[in-house]
Design a binder for this molecule. Structure first.
Ligand SMILES: *[C@@H]1O[C@H](CO)[C@@H](O)[C@H](O)[C@H]1NC(C)=O
Ligand SMILES: *[C@@H]1O[C@H](CO)[C@@H](O)[C@H](O)[C@H]1NC(C)=O
Length: 526
């Protein structure tokens, strides 16, 4: 708990800096390796090709085997048919002729056949495909995602391994190696207790396993037990560590030496693992599917002001919070519009990046999503028209000026999340053009997870197709920062989440009359 609290504190400080740096970059289409690798359909395709290649290789080996086996029978034949080969060879001229001929011609032929390499093409293909295989980094990201949902939604590793995720039963299970890998990665990330709970599951699966496929695995039961003991040791559970070793026949005898060795090589807690992060307690509380957002439906009404359009087609508005002002509008986008948005965005999605101070672009663990910018100036006339139309609708929902028509299209897959942050930048470079307000448009329903949560006001907003969430990051009249807009995106548990985001900038408000809607009190800046 203390560790978590510490992390949170440093994270708050971190975000003040990070906030300035977070700027998504326009993706370079199709060149982002990570995205293409994480694209599950591409992975499936590669996997299928490799499978076909392996089958073809097996076929070729079979063909060679068949040929050699038939040849062996053929060569053995004449001698098999006689009772006493030694005396026959001496007395039977036909047999001895055959033998001379066969030994001179056939054995060298056989030797050549034996020597012939088969499946070289298939081996080459497998080598070529190596560059298409997920990298260690991808495995670690996947591990981090699995760990994130397990932690945030407080799932038991044994349930996850059995495909039971928050009461939804999936048609898949994790293997012994999968669970071992979770344990090994969490051990690397110094999450020792969590590592131990996955290794215990790996060992249980091992014991239940009836197949003789063990030789295929790269891990043995003693691998699992020794890492389990090291994890328990590092977590401060000496007795559990000892029990893990004593339970393993091959390690039992050396249990005490091993314990001593583990103690001396206690893993130094890694300060900052590149992928695996500590879990925020606010996420655990607010992301829970049974968490009731507070307050619920303060006011529901039809929004008709101020535009003429809304008089004709009012939106269902729900006031989530009066102070700070926060609203959702329902059914703002039509299904066909969402389909078009997907069509124009999905092919160019790439991993959301963050610009570091030195200008390098990095994939960062605070935000695991793919995105693409939809700028009406860069789209085809038809797509630009759609973006402008949706844009006009947002304009009708708010008194704020929106500026140029563009959106960020976002896609979160399993475990995809965004840790708590403010949308305002509070950055000297942006001092006169910070983000006054945010629009978040949900483009689909998410089966489990993916809520937008506000930790200061204990609010959870669940994604729903066509719903628009709108809040202020700054008081629109005083331009004071609204610190209570601190928010994050819960990891997606089942399904995927797609959304449009749009920040409203300070500069665009320059000529707006100060009769802005939220009745916020003035607060001193900073
Ligand atoms: C499992 O244990 C064997 C023997 O100690 C070792 O050689 C091997 O590297 C281990 N495998 C893993 C995945 O740790
Ligand atoms: C904005 O930045 C200033 C200077 O770094 C800092 O003193 C202030 O606390 C920040 N305000 C907020 C709301 O984070």
């Amino acid at each position: 708990m203390q560790l978590r609290a510490c992390w949170k504190l440093s994270n708050v400080v971190g975000f003040a800096v990070l906030g300035m740096l977070i700027q998504s970059i326009n993706p370079t289409q199709g060149t982002d390796e990570l995205t293409s690798l994480l694209d599950k359909l591409h992975m499936l395709k590669v996997n299928r090709q490799l499978m076909e290649n392996l089958n073809e290789y097996v076929n070729r080996l079979h063909q060679k085997l068949d040929t050699l086996r038939r040849l062996a029978l053929e060569l053995e034949g004449p001698l098999l048919r006689v009772e006493d080969p030694e005396s026959e060879v001496l007395s039977n001229p036909l047999l001895s002729y055959s033998l001379v001929r066969q030994m001179h011609f056939d054995w060298p032929h056989v030797e050549k056949l034996m020597e012939q390499s088969v499946g070289l093409e298939q081996i080459d293909f497998a080598k070529q495909m190596r560059s298409e295989l997920p990298r260690l980094q991808d495995v670690m990201e996947a591990t981090a995602a699995m760990n994130r949902v397990q932690q945030v939604y407080q799932l038991e590793p044994a349930d996850v391994a059995n495909g039971l995720l928050d009461e939804v039963q999936l048609n898949a299970k994790l293997s012994i190696s999968d669970c071992y890998e979770m344990g090994a990665n969490l051990f690397e990330a110094s999450q020792f207790s969590d590592a131990a709970s996955w290794l215990i599951v790996a060992r249980e699966l091992w014991d239940q396993s009836l197949t003789a496929a063990e030789e295929l695995l790269t891990v043995s039961r003693s691998n699992i037990s020794s890492l389990l003991a090291r994890s328990e040791m590092a977590a401060g559970h000496l007795e559990l560590a000892r029990a893990a070793l004593l339970e393993e026949p091959s390690l039992r005898a050396q249990a005490e030496q091993l314990l001593l060795a583990y103690r001396n090589h206690e893993a130094a807690p890694s300060e900052d693992h590149p992928y695996i992060e500590d879990t925020d307690d606010d996420f655990i509380e607010l992301c829970d599917s049974s968490y009731t957002p507070r307050p619920t439906r303060l006011v529901c009404s039809y929004k008709t002001n101020p535009s003429k359009f809304l008089h004709l087609a009012p939106f269902k508005m729900e006031l989530l919070s009066e102070d700070p002002y926060m609203v959702v509008f329902h059914d703002v986008l039509y299904d066909e519009e969402i389909e078009s948005l997907r069509r124009m965005s999905e092919p160019s999605l790439s991993r959301s990046l963050i610009v570091e101070e030195d200008g390098t672009e990095t994939v960062f663990k605070v935000r695991t999503a793919n995105d693409v910018f939809l700028d009406s100036d860069e789209l085809s006339p038809k797509d630009a028209q759609l973006v402008k139309r949706i844009y006009q609708r947002l304009r009708d929902l708010t008194e704020l000026r929106l500026g140029h028509a563009s959106f960020e299209y976002l896609k979160y897959d399993f475990g995809g999340h965004y840790t708590f942050h403010h949308d305002y930048l509070n950055d000297t470079d942006h001092s006169s053009d910070d983000r006054v307000a945010t629009f978040l448009i949900y483009l689909n329903d998410v089966t489990r997870g993916g809520a937008t949560v506000f930790s200061d006001i204990k609010l959870a907003v669940h994604p729903e197709k066509g719903k628009v969430l709108h809040w202020y990051n700054m008081n629109p009249s005083s331009f004071d920062f609204e610190t209570r807009s601190y928010h994050g995106a819960c990891p997606v548990l089942i399904g995927r989440k797609i959304a449009l985001a749009r920040w409203i900038h300070e500069q665009d408000q320059m000529f707006v009359k100060p009769c802005l809607q939220p009745p916020l009190s003035r607060k001193s800046r900073g």
